[in-house]
Design a protein around this ligand. Sequence first.
Ligand code: AMP
Length: 344
Amino acid sequence: MTDQQTEKKQGVLSSNVVMSGIRPTGMLHLGNYFGAIRNYVRMQEQYECYFMVADLHSLTTHPDTSLLKEHVKRVLAENIACGLDPDKATFYCQSHVRETGELYLYLNMLAYKGELEKTVTFKDKARLHPENVNAGLLTYPVLQTADIIIHRAGLVPVGKDQEQHLEMARNFVQRFNHRYGQIFPEPHAFNFNEALVKVPGLDGSGKMSKSENNMSTLYFADDDDTIRKKVMKAKTDAGPTEPNSPMPDYIENIFLLMHLVSEEGVIKKYQEDYNNCSIRYGDLKKQLAEDMVKFIAPIRQKADDILANDKYLVETMQKGAARASESAQKTMKLVREAIGLNYF
Ligand code: AMP
């Protein structure tokens, strides 16, 4: 019996293969780190991992490719500076794995217009850029599914913003398996059994992101003074007047950011100050700014060193492309056989 037949007999597949990606639409920020990259670094020690720079996805929203090469290299360098090890994980560029495009085509026949139109990220992007509501934007979750299942991955370290996409991925996988046989495991978001993370923006609303308001996002490329300036501009108010008052969202978000980079004792002190109405938001923000600088500066310096070594970056991409393509070719052989596209 072949491996595939054995797996078919066992019913629903599970997989400990890991897959995730980040779009090169700008520089990496704290949301990318705490939502995704931090887990990549932990997972690469224990699992077979595929991590990709999602350059094709970026074309759905960024058709101007004049900065693409620069951004791809920066995302590669920043991931490595954060601890991703290209010798432990397969780290590659999405466009180097041509098989994903073929799988995307097959999956598109199993994805329905109505469900794609209901996707929150599609609606948000269509609202922000009504002049460019292209079909690639609509079928983004289908390409994302192809990226994941091309390695037959089951574990997907992502932030909370990707939850709906993974639910759609499971639907597409179920439809494929139902129609053509049990080929693919169902992918699930993974955060070491903890709740998925959403890092808020410094403006107190929404999430930190590459393309929204630059002042509310802390990038790994930000210099120390920029970090300080951004944190000091975070929204606050005159402070609580009643002991143990509930925190407004924008203050809660400052504490949430503090939990990412500050020491427990320091956070506790400011929480007590808040509860007994003696908190000075200027001091709170100064503390947060210094802790952010301490966290970001070494990663920025490391990324700059890696970026200066173009030969290393090119070799890393080539090595990743070869390994990821080998895995994708194996999967596509199974897929073509399952669909019945193996005529000879
Ligand atoms: P993107 O930058 O949209 O390509 O996202 C790359 C990864 O970073 C995905 O796993 C996202 O879930 C994660 N991510 C992006 N922004 C945030 C955020 N503000 N909080 C948590 N995770 C995030």
